[in-house]
Design a protein around this ligand. Structure first.
Ligand code: UDX
Length: 435
């Protein structure tokens, strides 16, 4: 199969590299020349474990190519994937489809023989039909089909998610497109990974519903965590106790500082907006968005309480600023709310993150960046664990607490628990939802 991937952002790049690893001949296209030059030199612009090695392997096997020339890349392709950004539009929460529609029009001009145009970007219901309309209008002679193929990749585990998916969802409405998409995903269906074929709107909806459901699950446990704190219950045990019920499931039940990242915040807002537009308000999702914001504010209250409401002049060490471990992504990270609140209150904030500095420096001004959690915590009045990087899971608590001015910890990922923290010399400790 000859595959063209338009957009070398997170989704486009991971998908392109993995398709090449399936044995397909893949060309990744981007308008940003510098990005393509770097990719050709084997330089991966994002941090995703395993991606650089897989890219290198497939470039060497001559199955993976990079170019800025969309026209050349589209010619003769069996499937052209659109994997460009759909950021939240300013003001109304709607997904901005400018890049998707521009890509569709450009692809249309260069189609050469039957091609399936596949949308990978997360797009609102009806977008795929609009893409089809744009392609037909731009090139009335085009021989093409449309397919919707949402991605379910978790940053930090994206290659594993691509290679061993729970399912692949493909929305398409004719047999020719189905045949091409079956061939694209044959390496997975041969190994019994389910490939689910649906209509176009259904595939679009599956993506939003899946992310909104997961965001709801997290938000549900975050709200239960608040109640646990008031009643003496322990949310970790509650999550275990309910998660062992197969109908509920234990994943995505970790209480924390609120969800962030490139998908959940954007997709919940877009779904709420779509619901309003169709007079079918998604009230649960609307509540999830609101509660998630309040969770972040609650974390700030917790931190200020540990500082005796006197944050000014106190030194605070923040461990982790990316929205989750194993990524350098800062999009909608809880740190973007929590760190500025501390800086604004006059604290001297020292931050450590194994990958976050490059992205984080511009987003978190007036903080001191450190490479070592122990140096960050020296003489500090509080250490805040915001992202559960492995580096922060097995800290030498005695060493850390012994060097602090006040040995207090806000453990917003529930790594240690009060007993271990106290044994490690911390005199004040707060987790999330732990009685
Ligand atoms: C998510 C979806 O999982 C993926 O299927 C989709 O295609 C893209 O969005 P991602 O944003 O990379 O992936 O990360 P994920 O692991 O889902 O975490 C999202 C956020 O939820 C993070 O801020 C994380 O810290 C938080 N989270 C996750 C919790 O607070 N508790 C949990 O139990 C799980």
């Amino acid at each position: 199969m000859r595959i063209t991937m338009i957009g070398t952002g997170y989704v486009g790049l991971v998908s392109g590299v993995c398709f090449a690893d399936f044995g397909h001949d893949v060309t990744c296209v981007d308008k940003i020349e510098d990005k393509i030059t770097r990719l050709k030199a084997g330089e991966v612009p994002i941090y995703e474990p395993g991606l650089d090695a897989l890219l290198d392997k497939n470039v060497k096997a001559e199955r993976l190519h990079f170019t800025t020339d969309l026209a050349e890349a589209v010619k003769g392709a069996d499937a052209v994937f659109i994997a460009v950004g759909t950021p939240t539009r300013r003001g109304d929460g709607h997904a901005d489809l400018t890049y998707v529609y521009a890509a569709a029009a450009e692809i249309a001009q260069h189609l050469d023989g039957y091609t399936v145009i596949v949308t990978k970007s997360t797009v609102p219901l009806g977008t795929n039909r609009e893409v089809a309309r744009i392609v037909s209008e731009t090139n009335p002679k085009a021989d093409f089909s449309i397919a919707s193929n949402p991605e379910f990749l978790r940053e930090g585990a994206a290659i594993e998610d691509f290679m061993r998916p729970d399912r692949v969802v493909v929305g398409c409405e004719d047999d020719r497109a189905k045949d091409v998409m079956n061939a694209v995903y044959r390496p997975l269906s041969l190994r019994e990974f389910p490939v689910v074929f649906t209509g176009l709107e259904t595939a679009e909806m599956i993506k939003y519903a899946a992310n909104a459901f997961l965001a709801t699950k997290i938000t549900f446990i975050n709200e239960i965590a608040t109640l646990c704190e008031k009643t003496g219950a322990d949310v970790k045990d509650v999550a275990k106790g309910i998660g062992l019920d197969a109908r509920i499931g234990g994943r995505f039940l970790h209480a924390g500082p609120g969800y962030g990242g490139s998908c959940f915040p954007k997709d919940t807002k877009a779904l709420a907006r779509i619901g309003q537009e169709h007079a079918a308000p998604q009230r649960i999702v609307e509540a999830v968005i609101e509660v998630n914001e309040s969770v972040k504010r609650r974390m700030i209250d917790k931190i200020f309480e540990l500082l005796d409401d006197k944050a000014a002049g106190k030194k605070v060490a923040v461990l982790g600023v990316t929205f989750k471990p194993e990524t350098d992504d800062m999009r909608d990270a809880p740190s973007l709310t929590i760190v500025p609140a501390l800086v604004g209150a006059g604290s001297d904030v020292h931050v450590v993150d194994p990958q976050g500095k490059h992205e984080g420096e511009a987003l978190l001004p007036n903080v001191t960046w450190c490479d070592d959690p122990y140096i960050a915590a020296k003489d500090a009045d509080l250490v805040v664990i915001l992202t559960e990087w492995n580096e922060f899971r097995a800290l030498d608590l005695q060493r850390m607490s012994g060097s602090m001015r006040t040995a207090a910890m806000a453990d917003l990922r529930n790594i240690y628990g009060a007993v271990r923290a106290n044994e490690g010399g911390f005199t004040a400790y707060q987790g999330v939802g732990r009685g």
